[in-house]
Design a protein around this ligand. Structure first.
Ligand code: CTP
Length: 415
């Protein structure tokens, strides 16, 4: 696909070199359009070598090709990384006195912006107003992240990492090519592991990373769904895949009780519910208001009394409205696939969901990995699909199993 990468003048321009490289390696055609200022940070030869294309900044070069509009018209996506406060202001005002400016005005492609600037500049009302203007025009933002800036200072303003920018760019491109078979559908998905506090500094948690649930949210949004993501404990870098996506509303929760409240509140508006979160089955019977100290129990065995959490999925199934499709997850340790599916069938029968996505987990399987295989069981226990590959591919495979099971009412609104 054709990508234009606009680069403005900031130190983070050197990180944009890696963005180009990742996009080119993924098979995309990348035209770099630096501003004159950007060339003070990284010179033309670097951009030309890495993008394998000649690079110009001026609207007066190669006039015969009408380059000042051609680049924008041809583009499937325009990425601006880094975007300085000045560039954001120019974009918001529609200023076209550079090749990047004309390209941005001439394009109908989606635009992704990765801001980079000092915290004060980012937080300035003028910059925030420009960001709001651009967002209202459907420009997507990634970052800025919170972290070390150019000087000794740190705070929000640091450009997102190149791999995250490249991943988001490819996600936007994928959205342009994928089927839009979830238009008009509202999908509620929970993701990540819940945390049950023991005292103000400790909790009981689990190894779920939230990757699979976030991938389902991203894939459903790409296919046209309105997504509500109930995000339990998930690293920011994983959640970044959907932060800023206009189709995904994210609600943070920590405990099973918070997840249950949020799920009960959001469920009535959902056509599809996917419970991908790893919910703690138990919580501490008496949470301590102050930190537990070792002296209290030194030399003895410490016993934590736990009480059962409600089964959120089973509750959602009990109060489901007609036509609502409910999907559960089961992460199981099993000897082989047959045993895995048997555990899944038992769980499906207990929970009463319409579909159950079963995956194998173990000490070295399932959690941190970017790959997954989901065995999708239908209510009668039959295996209806095996969706494997990256967690995004597994997510799309699960959605492929969901779509034909959506009620006619939901699909007719989608058409
Ligand atoms: N789940 C839930 N509420 C709970 C526990 C689980 O909604 N308190 C949901 C999970 O989000 C998942 C499904 O139920 O979709 C299966 O979760 P799992 O922990 O495997 O099921 P359990 O019923 O807890 O069974 P197990 O004895 O295997 O832990």
């Amino acid at each position: 696909m054709n990508i234009v990468l606009g680069v403005s003048g900031g130190i983070a321009a050197y990180k944009a070199v890696m963005v180009v490289r990742l996009l080119v390696e993924a098979g995309h055609d990348v035209q770099v359009v630096p501003t004159d200022d950007a060339l003070r940070f990284v010179g033309k030869p670097t951009w030309e070598a890495i993008s394998r294309h000649p690079v110009t900044t001026s609207v007066h070069e190669n006039v015969a090709e009408v380059r000042h509009v051609a680049l924008g018209q041809r583009a499937d996506l325009v990425v601006v990384a880094p975007a300085t406060a000045n560039t954001l202001a120019r974009m918001a005002a529609g200023i076209a006195d550079s090749l990047l400016g004309t390209t941005l005005l001439a394009t109908q492609a989606p635009v992704l912006v990765a801001p980079a600037m000092h915290t004060q500049m980012w937080q300035h009302p003028a910059t925030q107003a420009n960001v709001a203007t651009l967002r209202a025009r459907s420009v997507e933002f990634i970052g800025p992240d919170d972290g070390r800036l150019t000087g000794a200072d740190s705070g929000p303003g640091r450009m997102s990492e190149p791999d995250q920018i490249a991943a988001r760019a490819m996600e936007i491109l994928a959205r342009r090519t994928v089927k839009r078979d979830l238009m008009g559908v509202t999908l509620l998905v929970s993701a990540g592991g819940t945390r049950e506090p023991i005292d103000p500094v400790r909790f009981i948690g689990n190894r779920s990373s939230g990757r699979q649930g976030v991938a389902i949210a991203a894939a459903a949004a790409a296919r046209g769904a309105e997504v509500v993501l109930l995000a339990a404990s998930i690293e920011e870098a994983i959640l970044a895949e959907v932060v800023g996506c206009p189709e995904v509303r994210i609600e943070r929760v920590w405990t099973a009780a918070e997840l249950q409240n949020a799920a009960d509140r959001e469920a009535p508006g959902a056509d599809v519910i996917v419970m991908a979160a790893a919910v703690s089955d138990y919580r501490v019977a008496e949470m301590r208001e102050t930190k537990m100290r070792k002296e209290e129990t030194a030399g003895t065995q410490l016993t934590l009394a736990l009480i059962e959490n409600p089964d959120i999925l089973a509750g959602l199934v009990r109060s489901r409205r007609p036509g609502q499709l409910i999907v559960g997850f089961a992460a199981e340790t099993a000897e082989n696939q047959q045993a895995l599916l048997e555990l899944g069938r038992q769980k499906l029968a207990r929970k009463g969901a319409d579909l159950l996505a079963v995956n194998a987990v173990g000490w070295s399987q399932g959690f941190e990995s970017a790959e997954n295989t989901l065995y999708v069981l239908a209510a009668g226990g039959e295996l209806v699909s095996t969706a494997g590959g990256s967690k995004r591919e597994a997510a799309d495979g699960l959605l492929d199993a969901i779509v034909p099971r959506l009620s006619r009412r939901v699909l007719s609104t989608a058409e």
